[in-house]
Design a protein around this ligand. Structure first.
Ligand code: PHE
Length: 336
């Protein structure tokens, strides 16, 4: 064996290895137990050969160590460069939805009444003639009992005929049947009417219905409550007026109007050129209704109101059409 030739071959194999695997292969080949050098060292019988081979072995081992360090450092540098995070790159955008304007206004209404100590109740959308009309003292020939005005599920002459409720007022009956006064409740939900579509009317819409039953309640309590909630919903700038009206289940009855946010009394399509927008109906609970649910009208008094939720949102956000509330056009909804 030519020791010097072996040394130079091994040195160049070690320094020329370009990965840790290649380096390990070279180490096994030149320094491993079965390598020529190890074999020769085992066979050494004279001092001179030992003095020649041992330094070569030490030198090669050192070369392996150095090459190993260099390769490991290079590997680390490569990884660091590859895995580096560029904190200046723009982040990924995660789209976040927004609340539907109906939901917005619903939550405002709920908050306003919770603040007054009212209970929020959920109710059914499929009703019977009994709850939607009879218990609310609608006379037998009232026009809204007709299938021209109301969506019946069963033929209207069947008893009990089911229908899509035309107002949230049946909730008044359910609550008064379920618990004893004092009652302070608000019921919010969808109602259905065979109506022509206009800027403020749609065959499906939401109402919030309120009912207060207690001793000694007066019309002033009703007006004060409505004025307070309208301030919360529409701010101080909108004007409010109450017109007398008629509902079968309240006496006396009133209708609250809010000044048109769109034209400020100049007149526009939204307010039908009157300057006012009708928000809903209200009144003192009719003694006939108290009798229907077994409450003594001499002992108890109360008020009720029902207002359109989309209408309220239109007034708050100055939206001149009701249709977009039901079209789910993202270009509209994203603005809320
Ligand atoms: N239910 C009536 C409507 O939809 C509104 C109303 C509710 C009136 C409560 C009086 C009392 O027009």
């Amino acid at each position: 064996m030519d020791a010097r030739a072996l040394e130079s071959e091994a040195t160049s194999a070690i320094s020329g290895s370009s990965s840790l695997e290649e380096l390990e292969a070279a180490r096994i080949r030149f320094l491993g137990r079965k390598s020529e050098l190890s074999q020769a060292l085992r066979d050494v019988r004279d001092r001179e050969t030992g003095q020649l081979l041992n330094p070569i072995k030490a030198h090669l081992e050192q070369a392996v160590e150095e090459r190993k360090n260099a390769l490991e450092r290079a590997e680390l540098d490569r990884k660091l460069a590859e895995e580096a995070v560029d904190v200046t790159l723009p982040g990924e955008e995660h789209p976040v939805g927004s609340l539907h304007p109906t939901t917005h206004i619903r939550r405002l209404v709920e908050d306003a009444f919770l603040g007054l100590g009212y209970e929020i109740v959920d109710d059914r959308e499929v009703e019977t003639v009994h709850y939607n009309f009879d218990q609310l003292a609608f006379p037998p020939a009232h026009p809204t009992r007709s299938p021209r005005d109301t969506f019946f599920i069963d033929p209207f002459f069947i008893d009990p005929a089911r229908l899509l409720r035309t107002e949230t007022s049946p909730s008044q009956i359910h609550v008064m049947e379920a618990k004893k006064p004092p009652i302070y409740m608000v019921s919010i939900g969808r109602v259905y009417r065979r109506d022509e579509i206009t800027p403020t009317r749609f065959p499906i819409f939401h109402q919030f219905e309120g009912l207060a039953v207690d001793r000694g309640i007066t019309l002033a309590d009703l007006k004060g409550t409505l004025l307070h909630v309208m301030k919360v919903l529409f701010g101080e700038d909108r004007q409010v007026r109450f017109r007398t009206h008629y509902f079968p289940f309240t006496e006396p009855s009133i209708e609250p109007d809010v000044s048109c946010p769109n034209c400020d009394f100049k007149g526009c399509r939204m307010c039908k050129f009157t300057g006012w927008i009708e928000l809903g109906g209200a009144g003192m609970v009719d003694p006939a209704v108290f009798e229907n649910v077994g409450l003594d009208p001499e002992e108890w008094s109360g008020f009720a109101f029902g207002c359109g939720l989309e209408r309220a949102a239109q007034l708050r956000y100055d939206i001149t059409e009701i249709r977009p509330f039901w079209e789910n056009d993202l270009r509209v909804l994203r603005q809320f």
